[in-house]
Each structure stands twice: as structure tokens, then as C-alpha cells.
Write a protein that binds this ligand. Structure first.
Ligand SMILES: Nc1nc2c(ncn2[C@@H]2O[C@H](COP(=O)(O)OP(=O)(O)OP(=O)(O)O)[C@@H](O)[C@H]2O)c(=O)[nH]1
Ligand SMILES: [Mg+2]
Ligand SMILES: [Zn+2]
Length: 374
């Protein structure tokens, strides 16, 4: 789509102030150079009309595809990469020559985003105005390519931006492997336009022969599956090789060993790691914020907090089948065009499951995503 500069656009604005806003305050913010602060979020109120009740036409933005980019006077600004973004407000930005700046976010940048915490996320490329040698203000977020996102409280939550692949980290024991969660990550990766790699950690705790079935399942689908152990170091070199030159996010449940693996992969790194609870068998959410880490081999990795649930965002029931690659040869053979593959009646997918051509585990994951039963 061609670039249209200075075009007027109508956007749904998130209501980010308790008091009724004056019509022209967006322009005023730009002129005064207001900077977002924490109080805004705590003072947020929702009116009966809902969050998106205000529409305004503004100038000073460029529309590129479905992205809205703010026109900024670039003089005096630097480009940088967001290393971490706490609450989308307090960011660590790596500028030229790897100098790191603590940055706040200009309020209009947040206003242009529907969901405040998606305004700036780890991995973003930004234009920022340095205030001194170690701090600055983010003026603009550049268009994103390759994201990992999920639904959370009926909003899209962008976990990380500008990645080339997702490393889905599971553990074979403590906590147990959850194929349903892996399948959700795979759908999110395909939806976000990035490659996926499956890492089965804590291989030291199980008999390798028992792993063949699960490794075979995903390997047959064409996904790279790597059993690893941060205890014995198994396949850590292979993993390092698979990450070299890529922009990868490490995602998975708490306690599976994301940070432990990264400590091995990046010499000198000392990320905090936490014991898995003896009582619940679950991790303790040791990593609190996503963090971008540069690799010696080129590229970078983002360590993320463990997540309990991966709600698929913006995929309608009828679209889920498109993200299950092994379904593709069969879907056109269902009797009904709109078949959701939930009923036996003339369904080629159900038949393929019965004949062992599609795994029962994958089919169950599919059903849970379509029916929305978490
Ligand atoms: N046996 C075994 N234990 C491991 C392995 N990798 C990590 N652990 C242990 O698992 C626990 C959790 O490790 P973390 O690295 O903190 O896990 P995490 O995925 O970063 O967890 P969050 O930050 O909470 O999301 C720690 O007690 C680690 O020592 C492994 O390969 N084998
Ligand atoms: Mg961690
Ligand atoms: Zn069907």
C-alpha cells in the first residue's frame, strides 16, 4: 500500500484520562511536549459507553497499511531497540553504539494505541529523543513485523515484536509437558508470521525412549524439536546454533527452564532462576519482565515471564484449521464447506483422526481452540 503522508484519519481512541478530554488536547500535548506518567494509568476510568467511545480526526500521522505512524521532527532523535518495556511505560532502549537509555513514552504515542501496554513492547524499533546521556523520550514506534501476541482480558496483548522465530519451551517433567499449550503457541506463531522451534527441556529427568512419540509427532509436522537439559548441557550447542542470527522469543510456562537455558547460552549472563514448587509442581514466576538479550553469535533472544494460558487472539473458529498444517490435505474433502470438524457427519478430519493420519492429541487441541474450552 502506498504511503499517504499527512492524511487525516479517524481512529478509535482509548480513553486514558478520568476527566472529559477537550477536543483539541491531542494537538496540545504534542505542542507542549507532555510526557506520559504513571498517574495516568492509575487514574483511568471507564465510562458506561466503554473504552472506545471517542473518535477523533487528527492530522500529523501517516497511514501505512493498517499501521498509524506519527509524523515526528526527526532532528535530534536517535533510533533504538527496546530491551524492556515495563507496563509499556518505562523502557530501556539500546541506542547507537549499544548505549542504553532509560526512556519514558510520549503520551500521544500511547494514545495512538488501543491498549496502553501494547504502545511500546520489547523488541520494538523506536525513534527517541535523548534528554541526556542516559535518558530520553520515545517519540515513535516503527511498524512491527513478526509478533507474538495473545488474548488477555478481551484485549490483544503483544508479548514481543520484530521476532523471526518463537522458541516454545516446554519441560518433560516438573512441570509436565502440556501439548495443548505447545499447539496454542504454534498457532500464535503461524498467525504472527514467525517460525517455531520446540524445545523440550529437562530431558535429564526422563528416559529418552519415552520421548520418541512426542518428538516424532511434531517432527512429522515439520517443526524442529530439540530435547535439552540445562543440567547436563544436552543440545545446548545445537540450540545456540539455531538461535544464531535470529530474533527469537523464549516462551512457555513458568518453571520450564527458559532463564536457565539462556544463562547457558549467553556466557556471563546471570538471570534469576526459581525452584519449582514441590506442592503444586508449578514454577514461581521468577522472571517478571521480558528482556532482550544480545547473542555473541549475532541476533538476539527475549526471555519472557512464564505464562499460564495462551489465549488465541483474533482467530475465528473457522480459521483455526488453517493453522493446523496436517489438516490441510483433508479439509477440502469434508461434506460441508463450513465444516468445523466437530461432528462426524461427512467430516474428513474426523475420519483422518480415526485412521491415525492426524494425531488424537492435536485434534483435541484443535477442538479446545474452536470450542474455546480452557
Ligand atoms: N532437572 C532439571 N532442572 C532444570 C532444568 N532447567 C531448569 N531447571 C530447574 O527448573 C527450575 C526453574 O528454572 P527457571 O530457569 O527459573 O525457569 P523459567 O522458565 O525461567 O521460569 P519463569 O521465569 O518463572 O517463567 C529451576 O529450579 C531450575 O534449576 C533442566 O534441564 N533439568
Ligand atoms: Mg525465567
Ligand atoms: Zn470436517
Amino acid at each position: 500500500m502506498p504511503k499517504k503522508s499527512g492524511k487525516k484519519v479517524r481512529i478509535d481512541f482509548r480513553k486514558n484520562r478520568g476527566r472529559v478530554a477537550r477536543n483539541n488536547d491531542l494537538t496540545r500535548d504534542v505542542q507542549k511536549g507532555d510526557v506520559a506518567d504513571d498517574k495516568l494509568a492509575s487514574g483511568e476510568r471507564l465510562s458506561g459507553k466503554g473504552k472506545l467511545s471517542r473518535r477523533r480526526t487528527i492530522v500529523g500521522v501517516t497511514v501505512e497499511g493498517d499501521q498509524i505512524i506519527r509524523d515526528v521532527d526527526e532532528a535530534g532523535c536517535l533510533t533504538g531497540r527496546v530491551l524492556s518495556a515495563i507496563g509499556g511505560l518505562h523502557c530501556r532502549v539500546e541506542g547507537p553504539d549499544q548505549v542504553v537509555y532509560d526512556c519514558s513514552v510520549r503520551r500521544v504515542v500511547r494514545t495512538l494505541t488501543r491498549e496502553a501496554r501494547n504502545a511500546v513492547v520489547t523488541g520494538d524499533r523506536v525513534l527517541f529523543r535523548p534528554l541526556d546521556k542516559e535518558s530520553g523520550i520515545i517519540e515513535r514506534v516503527e511498524p512491527r513485523s513478526g509478533i507474538l501476541a495473545r488474548g488477555h482480558q478481551r484485549q490483544q496483548h503483544i508479548l514481543v515484536a520484530n521476532i523471526s522465530q518463537v522458541a516454545i519451551i516446554g519441560s518433560l517433567e516438573e512441570p509436565h509437558l502440556k501439548p495443548a499449550l505447545i499447539d496454542r503457541f504454534l498457532v500464535s506463531a503461524e498467525k504472527g508470521g514467525v517460525k517455531a522451534l520446540i524445545c523440550l527441556n529437562k530431558s535429564d529427568l526422563v528416559d529418552l525412549a519415552d520421548l520418541q512419540q512426542i518428538i516424532g509427532l511434531y517432527a512429522r509436522l515439520g517443526y524442529r524439536v530439540v530435547p535439552t537439559s540445562s543440567r547436563t548441557g544436552q543440545n545446548v550447542d545445537l540450540l545456540r546454533h539455531l538461535l544464531a542470527g535470529e530474533q527469537t522469543v523464549f516462551s512457555g510456562q513458568s518453571g520450564v527452564g527458559k532463564s536457565s537455558l539462556l544463562n547457558l547460552l549467553c556466557p556471563g549472563l546471570q538471570l534469576g532462576i526459581g525452584e519449582v514448587s514441590q506442592d503444586t509442581g508449578k514454577g514461581r514466576h521468577t522472571t517478571r519482565h521480558s528482556q532482550l538479550l544480545r547473542l555473541e553469535t549475532g541476533g538476539w533472544v527475549v526471555d519472557t515471564p512464564g505464562i499460564r494460558q495462551m489465549e488465541i487472539w483474533d482467530v475465528a473458529g473457522g480459521e483455526v484449521e488453517g493453522f493446523f498444517r496436517e489438516f490441510r490435505p483433508f479439509v477440502s474433502h469434508c461434506r460441508f464447506n463450513s465444516c468445523l470438524h466437530l461432528e462426524e457427519d461427512g467430516c474428513a478430519i474426523r475420519q483422518a483422526v480415526r485412521h491415525g493420519l492426524i494425531s488424537q492429541i492435536r485434534y483435541e487441541s484443535y477442538v479446545r481452540m474452536v470450542v474455546g474450552d480452557d
